[in-house]
Design a protein around this ligand. Structure first.
Ligand code: RFL
Length: 403
């Protein structure tokens, strides 16, 4: 066989990308006896170790649980009940569990991905192909689309998968978003003009909760990930070189921005990840073209300001799975027709909250006395107005009843 006569196989759904969105979708389709193939550019070992998110909202965990996907998570995740703001040299604890009865689950993304791959491939017998290359989408505006790729198991030949639907779950740097024709799609973008130095320290957390340091020198964040690992963030100029941040400078800056009366010093440890994120958001509308449906970061990126991205990826996977199952098993198109709109209500709400929170984090360091003043007013309001506190808790925890 030559590359001009590719192997052709058929399957109802091809899922591109094995992140939280693609793997959750794959698991839900398998559970409903809808066949699918997941294509992933990286190796299994790589995706099971790639460090990223850690905070999961309770509704997302309950939804995973309902689908039998949260056994390990429920055993191993930590429950967080509060966060703490530090500003003006003082500590302000925000006890959201006391206010709402709800909490956050802290479970590192690589552990969730490991659980989802195991369940999909090893337990439910799902087809997943790692290390694929040069993924291309074809005939999306017909009822016989296909996806082609090369990879370790194709012997250099281009393999074609015919399908009924393509799910674009390949994250912010994938190929599926580029398959949307420019004239039919709007990509709304927002650039914060701010960088974050994202750090992973092999050090136990320095507090039992997430800490936000809102400091005139810039924002600093402390996010416990496990008893041995802590994520830290430091605001820096966008495009800054991580090499400008040797360990001593990192720890001195973290200590100064997170320092507060009565707070114990930070527990130091080796930094195993150090990269600069340029903080930006985007939203693709509509999230579909022909037989292609985007989900997760492929469709909308939300800067990690409010720890929302993985939660939105899971939300899309639940919506898209229901919609595809209804279409493929009952011929019911309503879920697919309303998919983008249903997803984007939550997406835009989380984007707005992230912008609001960004000003709280970064306003004090804007070099503008007026913004510094309004930032402190926002912070004080959280600790003096029960109504403001309730609104913040609802958005921080993603607990609004309806979107
Ligand atoms: P992912 O996880 O990026 O997965 C996409 C997968 O697609 C693969 N891929 C391809 N596969 C086939 N063909 C191609 N052409 C492909 N191109 C790419 C990739 O290898 C990958 O395996 O997207 P998904 O599933 O949409 O999930 C999104 C989340 O990963 C993301 O939103 C979160 O990590 C964001 N985020 C956080 N979200 C939270 O909800 N809570 C948090 O605490 C949180 N912290 C964070 C974060 C993101 C961070 N970074 C790195 C930007 C902290 C950080 C530092």
């Amino acid at each position: 066989m030559t590359s001009d006569s590719p192997t052709r196989q058929g399957v109802p759904v091809v899922i591109i990308g094995a992140g939280p969105a693609g793997l959750t979708l794959g698991n839900l389709l398998r559970a409903a006896s809808v066949d699918c193939v997941v294509l992933e550019t990286e190796s299994r070992a790589f995706i099971e170790r790639r460090p990223r998110a850690g905070v999961l909202e309770e509704w997302a965990v309950r939804a995973l649980e309902r689908h039998g996907l949260a056994d390990q998570l429920l055993k191993r995740a930590e429950r967080h009940t509060a966060c703490e703001f530090r500003f003006d040299g003082r500590r302000y604890r925000f006890p959201y569990h006391e206010l709402t009865g709800r909490h956050h689950f802290v479970y590192p993304q690589p552990l969730l991905v490991t659980d989802l791959v195991r369940e999909y491939a090893d337990v439910r017998g799902g087809d997943i192909r790692f290390g694929v290359q040069d993924v291309r989408l074809h005939d999306l505006d017909t009822d016989r689309p296909s996806v082609s790729y090369t990879g370790p198991e194709t012997g250099g030949e281009r393999r074609v998968l015919r399908c009924a639907f393509v799910a674009g779950c390949d994250g912010a740097r994938g190929v599926t978003r580029a398959a949307l024709p420019p004239g039919r799609t709007r990509i709304a973008r927002h650039d914060y003009g701010i960088g974050w130095l994202a750090l992973l320290a092999e050090a136990p957390p320095s507090s039992d909760c997430v800490l936000f340091g809102c400091h005139p020198r810039g924002f600093a964040g402390h996010m416990p990930r496990s008893p041995e690992v802590t994520r830290y963030y430091l605001q820096c100029p966008p495009g800054d070189d991580p090499e400008n941040w040797p360990e001593d400078r990192v720890w001195a800056e973290l200590q100064s921005r997170l320092g507060a009366a009565g707070a114990p010093p930070l527990t130091r440890g080796p930094l195993v990840e150090k990269r600069v994120l340029d903080m930006h958001d985007y939203v693709v509308e509509p999230m579909a073209y022909g037989r292609l449906y985007l989900a997760g970061d492929a469709a909308h990126l939300v800067a990690p300001i409010a720890a929302k991205g993985m939660n939105l990826a899971l939300h899309d996977a639940f919506l898209l799975a229901d919609a595809l199952i209804a279409r493929l098993t009952e011929g019911d198109d309503r879920g697919l027709d309303g998919y983008g709109e249903a997803s984007l209500r939550r997406v835009w709400d989380y984007q707005e909250f992230s912008q609001w929170l960004s000003e709280v984090y970064h306003g004090a360091a804007a070099g503008d006395a007026f913004r510094a003043g309004t930032t402190v007013a926002r912070l004080r309001r959280l600790f003096t107005s029960p109504v403001a506190a309730a609104a913040f808790a609802e958005q921080y925890l993603g607990t609004a009843e309806r979107y």
